[in-house]
Ligand binder design. Structure first.
Ligand code: ZN
Length: 268
């Protein structure tokens, strides 16, 4: 780990506490999908969030890696952790663990990503800890790679969860779990397609998977995003539409795998 990463990872957020004591926008798994990202960021800004945090996977799969990174750099109070695709582009993941389409997209991304893009990805920390929340891509046990697919997997992260709310991405499926102080994890609740608000109660801990901006996989092709209102102690999940065909055409143009193009329309 280099110094830069350590500095960002251990950021106490003391100086930033003001922006995290208001509404925080949470996104994940952008996957180089610029039209989807733009619509989600516009939506969050209209809702007057004071900061935006991404749970990783900025690139991979999609056709706009340089444009997405450039756009993110222009957002005020934007932070992100590192995802497995970001790591894969940097050469930090064995490409054999990825499926054929994902691997081809990583190799394509490496080919086209500019120097600033590589530098940006290499400075992403694996974990962020705020005054009342924690952020990782996968899980607290394994921040980059582990998929929290159920209560049994979440149980391994719970001892490391020192804040009431943990936000993750990685599975591309919005969902949440609650855990009691004794570590009993309640059955997972799938978040439906309509905007839904969950009250954060002080005697429970929470895991929210915020879903995906650029490649949703829960059968709804619209982008997922979340607002955490830290004053009202409410978490709300929203879905935002974007021009899917435009992204598909760009993917065809640059020669990304057919299945990755098709799945956007179905949200799988
Ligand atoms: Zn992803």
């Amino acid at each position: 780990e280099n110094k830069e990463n350590n500095k960002i990872t251990s950021l106490s957020f003391k100086n930033f506490s003001r922006i995290f004591k208001m509404k925080i926008g949470l996104i994940s798994d952008i996957h180089a999908n610029l039209p989807a990202l733009k619509n989600v960021i516009n939506f969050l800004k209209e809702k007057e969030v004071s900061s935006i945090i991404c749970c990783g996977d900025i690139v991979g799969y999609g056709p706009y890696p340089n444009e997405v990174i450039e756009f993110l750099k222009g957002i005020e109070n934007f932070y992100s952790v590192c995802g497995n695709h970001d790591w894969a582009v940097l050469g930090l993941v064995d490409l054999n663990v990825l499926n054929e389409d994902a691997r081809r997209a990583i190799l394509w991304t490496r080919d086209v990503l500019n120097e600033e893009g590589f530098e940006y990805l290499s400075n992403l920390p694996p974990k962020l800890t705020g005054p009342n929340f924690m952020i990782v891509h996968g899980s607290l046990r394994d921040p980059i790679m582990e998929y929290i697919t159920g209560p049994d997997v979440y149980a391994y992260s719970l001892p490391k969860q020192t804040r009431r709310v943990l936000f993750v991405g990685h599975t591309h499926r919005p969902i949440y779990y609650t855990a009691t102080s004794t570590g009993l994890i309640n059955p997972s609740f799938f978040i439906p397609e309509r905007p839904v608000t969950i009250e954060v109660e002080s005697d429970l801990r929470y895991l929210f998977n915020v879903g995906s901006v650029g490649q949703p996989r829960d059968g709804n092709p619209f982008s997922s995003c979340v607002i955490y209102d830290t004053k009202k102690r409410e978490v709300t999940l929203y879905r935002v539409s974007y021009d899917i065909e435009k992204v598909q055409n760009k993917m065809k143009e640059v020669g990304l795998p057919e299945f990755l193009i098709e799945r956007l329309k179905e949200g799988v």
